[in-house]
Design a protein around this ligand. Sequence first.
Ligand code: TEU
Length: 563
Amino acid sequence: TQNSTWWKNATVYQIWPASYKDSNGDGVGDIPGIISTLDYIKDLGIDVVWLSPMFDSPQDDMGYDISNYEGIYPPYGTMDDMDNLIDQCHKRGMKLILDLVINHTSSEHDWFKESRSSKTNPKRDWYMWRPPRIDEHGNRQPPTNWKSHFSGSAWTYDELTDEYYLHLFAKSQPDLNWENDETREAIYNSAMKFWLDKGCDGFRIDTAGLYSKTYPIRDVPIIAPDQEFQPADAYTHNGPRIHEFHKEMFAKVTSHYDAMTVGEVCRGSREDTLKFVSAKEKEMNMIFLFDVVLLGTQETDHFKSEKFTLVDFKNAVKGQCEFVSGTDAWSTVFLENHDQPRSITRFGNASKKYHDKSGKLLAMMEAALTGTLFIYQGQEIGMTNFSRDWDISDYQDIDSTNYYKQFKAKHGDDEKAMAEMMDNLALVARDHARTPVQWDDSANAGFTTGKPWMKINDNYREINVKSQVNDPNSILSFYKQVLKLRKNHKDLFIYGEFETLDHENEETFTFIKTYQDKKALVVLNFSDKDQPFKAPEGELLLSNVDVEEATLSPYEGRIYLLS
Ligand code: TEU
């Protein structure tokens, strides 16, 4: 049962298997490839590996479309490989958590195949089927105006039974019906207990706010009048039974194991969101808040991104830090994952001159923030977004490619609009996180001896593990240093209270961490200019430059222990 809180102190490393390390030359990353790098991960200072979906899947959404929770996608390996991975992580004192994708399955899952087969099938009600709506011209229309997160209607018509099924994501990702008791029981057994009994240590819980839909199922208010379908969050996000479902999941499953749980709940009111993670509520350990990573993007069009200022950035960081302060809840720190562009490109400065320095700056910031820290593969070597010059055919993600198709159909003749759309893809598309990890400067960056399933970032000769691993000045070495520092001062960095100084300053991000009578000062120059600075009384714990000067150089950061 869950008495310990080991997960609070953990540093987690996320692996997205397709692009991590290929061991057999088929161009796709695999589990034996992961196992071959566990010493590297351990050496970085990692306690928990989070593995993105490696389950059997047609891969329409890179494994977030699961066709069998109890099987492995063959190109990734076998069940023996998974057992070995669990074992090898544990041997090194690390834990392994898996992705729990239970808002939907793949349309290739047996459950859906049965559900689809007839209106009277016992599993019919395991998914969300609705009759067509007939419009005033007598035409068949989707039951509601809901938009899929991946563009187009959230409903797909199935001729076989003359009904539509709901899919908040791709049409090959039908939503499970959480109102059905049997469905939930099946999810707990197949997707959860099966793996916990094998020795997995917990889950990152995908789309954890979406299971409870608001009934009756009906049109959402129109918030994007220029769009045919409407963002459906109002009736799909944090619905009326969501906390009941999470409490049940905890009571029936996760509480019986010493399982770590981290939910993906991007938005919601503070009061409602706190319920997911407040210890006394007994739901999940922590969630990811998206204030920082969604900066500048729009609810009605997540590819449209606008400029934001450093103060906007500070507000977002502050909001996430303060979210749990003074409560019995716990939170997370992250700048990257498989759905986000690379943080140096987005929040630092990816130019040759400042790449390393701004990467280290971001590492310092993260290491000093309150919560459980998550690092995404390649972040530790400063991987960046790929070039704006890449062609749309180089993008692989269903979110990007659907968006492109839909945008082109509407604005194909407008060169300027098309160019702006490509600018946006170059900035925020999920593809940037999904290029293969750059292990060395040999062909295909040492990721594979075959043809990589996705193009390698052009900068792999300059940015790769091999060139950094023995260089004490590399980003990788710096990550090891900051992660150690974070652990050495757990109280201040992992648990401390956060407070900004000089909040309106648009160049420098300064904050204080406090734990009882201990204080640390973190000062981060987010500009490419020198900034005035007066060193405080205390000990300099860490800096990303060699020499301590009176002023802060561009992208310089320092952490002091105040006396
Ligand atoms: O993401 C859920 C989610 O909220 C995304 O739609 C997110 O808003 C989008 O990716 C931003 O570009 C989770 C997974 O992390 C994602 O990879 C899956 O595609 C999705 O669920 C469906 O399972």
